[in-house]
Design a protein around this ligand. Structure first.
Ligand SMILES: Cc1cc2nc3c(=O)[nH]c(=O)nc-3n(C[C@H](O)[C@H](O)[C@H](O)COP(=O)(O)OP(=O)(O)OC[C@H]3O[C@@H](n4cnc5c(N)ncnc54)[C@H](O)[C@@H]3O)c2cc1C
Length: 458
């Protein structure tokens, strides 16, 4: 029911407010509504074209199935394609495939060895329908402020003048907004520089059931790369990722988004032919900073998805993380609903899981892939294996263990810390003892030659 507050805001009541109707927000809203709560989801956007998060890791299909979207149905309806492997393409065009061994699908392991690529717009629409069917009220409004007392949130104020009183708040507002991170000035750890992504959709007559990653630069530089993801039969998403400063410098030379993307695609014969056959009408762009927030759970609020931890796109872990956070956050709320507060130990366990996985994926990908020492020493294909095997295993272990309580969480997170420490040690050893990158030797040589030429001309 609607009433008026003292400062003339229309009042609404709900059991839970979910801020953001992206993937994480939709999943949490559906879970809470199915748990019997009256849920309002705030999402100001009307249009959901060009959503990223299209190539999933091996743990995601069962998380979608929980929400009623099975892999088989998504694929047969054309909203997804199977992903059976990842192919890494080196700058010279040589390729190698990475796929889980077929034996893992058999007893006693029974591991799902296929995953999928998604047409995110179709999936968004299906989830929105599920949210409506579960009784979620979606308001096209933005959360703009909070009334708080002792770190409890009492109500949420919206851009359209509503004041929503609710016992529980979930922040799924994404990495750019991170509304509760900002409200409570939460600390975060960032990984790597701010990066830019430019992407578009291309018709593809021949496409593989796998994600292809094209590595753009020589082993000695900070990594830039292109993804090719067949999101539905005959349509591939192709995107370019680079440090924001590199993209900015190219824009300063007058290059627009389509020029920037096509210039990189020209470096690989297959991508060049796709670009020439059908230059895209629109190239979308975004910038992002990989970061993981601390203390993402309060007495009656929980941060989920990218608002809690943004992982690098190359990890393919963003969607899995968003769905896991949503599942765990709504389970905590349903469990402690009568107490009206999440106990400190349960908060600590959630914080540890979110930050443990966020730090693990981001630090591993930075050390093994983006930065050069290990890549220079081991080569593209070896670091790809060194990343994919433990990443895949830890995801599998998480899905099997489903750590919930503090003890299970601490055991699991200790394993993550051990692997991170191993990657860090290898990285330091390569940095100190590794060969000097060929390109930097070349740069020194070129600088010396320039100095000599300058000297002679004087
Ligand atoms: C370039 C790029 C490529 C990626 N590729 C992959 C991939 O291949 N595989 C993968 O697994 N993951 C990938 N990810 C990550 C993945 O896209 C996300 O983790 C996933 O979509 C979950 O997003 P989310 O719901 O947390 O946030 P979002 O999708 O950003 O949703 C947040 C929503 O909150 C709304 N909002 C913002 N502020 C407010 C407010 N004040 N009030 C109300 N609503 C608000 C926004 O309108 C938005 O709809 C990629 C990320 C990037 C940046």
């Amino acid at each position: 029911m609607e009433g008026k507050t003292r400062d003339d805001k229309a009042e609404l009541d709900a059991d839970a407010v979910v801020i953001g109707g992206g993937l994480a927000g939709q999943a949490a809203a559906i879970d809470l509504a199915r748990g019997g709560l009256r849920v309002i989801c705030l999402e100001p956007r009307e249009s959901f074209h060009h959503i990223v998060g299209e190539s999933l890791d091996w743990s995601a299909p069962e998380l979608f199935a929980r929400l009623g979207l099975t892999m088989e149905e998504l694929v047969s309806s054309g909203a997804a394609t199977f992903k059976r492997h990842i192919t890494v393409t080196a700058p010279d065009g040589s390729q190698r495939e990475y796929l889980p061994g077929a034996w893992l699908a058999e007893r006693p392991w029974n591991v799902e060895i296929h995953t999928m690529h998604l047409d995110r717009l179709q999936v968004h629409n299906q989830l929105q329908q599920s949210a409506y069917d579960s009784g979620v009220v979606i308001l096209r409004e933005r959360a703009i402020g909070f009334k708080t007392r002792d770190r409890r949130i009492l109500s949420v104020e919206t851009s359209e003048g509503h004041c929503i009183r609710a016992s529980w708040i979930i922040d799924a507002s994404g990495a750019a907004a991170s509304v509760l991170g900002k409200e409570f000035s939460l600390l975060f750890t960032a990984y790597g520089p701010r990066k830019a992504a430019l992407w578009a959709y291309f018709p593809t007559e021949d496409w593989a059931e796998g994600t292809t990653l094209y590595m753009l630069n020589s082993a000695s530089d900070y990594m830039e790369w292109i993804w090719e993801i067949p999101i539905s039969p005959g349509v591939s998403s192709i995107g370019y990722i680079a440090p924001g400063s590199t993209v900015k410098a190219q824009r300063a030379h007058g290059l627009k988004n389509p020029d920037l993307l096509l210039k990189q695609m020209q470096k690989f014969a297959r991508l060049n032919s796709l670009a020439e056959a059908a230059p895209p009408e629109r190239v979308a762009s975004t910038s992002f900073l990989c970061r993981t927030y601390k203390k993402v759970c309060g007495p009656n609020w929980i941060i989920i998805g990218e608002a809690a931890s943004q992982s690098d796109p190359i990890t393919g872990n963003g969607v899995t993380a968003a769905l896991r956070h949503a599942e765990e956050a709504s389970a905590l709320i349903c469990r402690y609903r009568q107490r009206e507060s999440i106990p400190v130990l349960a908060r600590t366990a959630y914080n540890l899981r979110v930050s443990g996985m966020g730090h693990y994926f981001n630090s591993l990908i930075e050390k093994l892939f983006y930065q050069s020492p290990l890549r220079t020493r081991l080569g593209f294909f070896s670091v790809a294996r060194a990343y994919t095997v433990p990443a895949w295993l830890m995801n599998l272990l998480y899905s099997r263990m489903r750590p919930k309580r503090l003890l299970g969480t601490v055991i699991f997170c200790s394993a993550l810390v051990t692997l991170r420490a191993a990657a860090w040690s290898l990285f330091q050893i390569s940095r100190v003892f590794g060969p000097r990158p060929r390109d930097s030797r070349q740069a020194v040589y070129e600088r010396r030659e320039q100095r000599r030429a300058l000297h002679t001309s004087r």
